[in-house]
Design a binder for this molecule. Structure first.
Ligand code: SF4
Length: 62
């Protein structure tokens, strides 16, 4: 599966990073840094937590 962040939708809540700091990175203002990578299945719980934490639906797992 592929994990991506649409940084144009990101509003800087930093919730993805709070949920899974080992997966997501943010800048000094709380905005997610670009991310586009493969994730193996079964998808790690931390990845799913980060995706679910985003109120802007900026993170996609497809
Ligand atoms: S939770 Fe969503 S809106 Fe907030 S920093 Fe992460 S990607 Fe951006």
């Amino acid at each position: 599966m592929r994990l991506t962040i649409d940084t144009a939708k990101c509003s800087g809540h930093a919730r993805c990073w709070e949920a899974a700091p080992e997966v997501f990175d943010i800048d000094d203002n709380g905005y997610a840094l670009p991310l586009d990578r493969e994730v193996s299945e079964p998808v790690d719980a931390a990845v799913r937590a980060g995706v679910a934490a985003c109120p802007e639906r900026a993170i996609t797992l497809s």
